[in-house]
Design a protein around this ligand. Structure first.
Ligand code: OAD
Length: 252
């Protein structure tokens, strides 16, 4: 398959050592077999976000909310990082100043080898006590009887960000600071409809970064993108790195 050719500006920025920021959304994990949220076959097509991904839904019906998150944990555990996750990890290894800000909670970026990552919407792999807010890592396939409980007896919740909740301040602050410094921003697999994450590339664009959108569909962020590479991330990203560094070098 062939995709739109990357511009010479993009290739120069990839080869140079200017600060890079990558923003990802559910589309980057689509080729790992994980459904996106919006559009045909998306998670929010069959389910109402208000009954599964809000603090009110959890207070009303923790079992239903937990069945949804236990299903997503099982799907993510069975999935493997794809060529797009791997290309981002390879780009990080050859970059100086670099940050990956992801809206995804599936953990696939870390499994692909990404290290400088902020999880804007939290993670499926940490649980938080609903009484005192303490968190612990939990990678188990089987959480036991749902909803899981803390040793103190209170309900545990997934450490994800629900609609109506604030993003983790440190993660969002790091992403905004990186946006203001970045010369190159790759926006990959996000519909750009959920704020404040969608404001990150806008901040970068205002600060003069070259913004590249990689997505088969156009989005509200296409308007601020300097360049659009239309296609699936697992095809486009490796092709872009190969164009910049050569087929042998690109995946190191
Ligand atoms: P969405 O489901 O809103 O958007 C996914 C985007 O990925 C769309 O623009 C698709 O065109 C694109 N896409 C699909 N397949 C792709 C592929 N193979 N390669 C590249 N792009 C592809 O997902 P997000 O933008 O991540 O939040 O959604 C943002 C937030 O809304 C999520 O973090 C989640 C959701 O509700 C919460 O649950 C709080």
């Amino acid at each position: 398959m062939t995709f739109a050719r990357p511009s010479s500006r993009l290739l120069d920025l990839l080869r140079g050592d200017e600060p890079v920021l990558v923003l990802t959304g559910a589309g980057i994990s689509a080729e790992s077999g994980l459904a996106t949220f919006r559009g045909p076959g998306g998670i929010w097509e069959g389910h109402e976000p208000g009954s599964l991904a809000t603090p009110e839904a959890f207070a009303r019906d923790p079992l239903t909310v937990w069945r949804f998150y236990a299903w997503r944990r099982a799907r993510a555990l069975a999935a493997r990082p794809n060529a797009a996750h791997e290309a981002i990890a390879a780009l990080e290894r050859r970059s100086g100043e670099f940050l990956l800000a992801t809206q995804n909670v599936d953990g696939l970026h870390a499994r692909a080898g990404s290290r400088r990552v902020v999880e804007l919407h939290g993670t499926l792999w940490r649980l938080r006590c609903s009484a005192d807010g303490s968190e612990r890592e939990d990678l188990r396939e089987d959480l036991g009887p749902l909803p899981p409980r803390c040793a103190c007896g209170a309900l545990l919740r997934p450490a994800v960000v629900w609609f109506g909740e604030a993003l983790p301040a440190e993660a969002f602050g790091s992403a905004i600071r990186a946006a203001e410094r970045a010369r190159l921003v790759l926006v990959i697999g996000t519909s750009g409809l959920v704020h404040p994450a969608a404001s990150i590339p806008v901040a970068a664009s205002r600060s003069g970064a070259w913004v590249v959108e990689i997505n088969p569909e156009s989005t509200p962020l296409s308007e601020i993108a300097d360049e659009r590479l239309a296609g699936p991330a697992a095809g486009v990203l490796p092709a872009v790195l190969e164009a910049a560094f050569g087929a042998q070098e690109a995946h190191r």
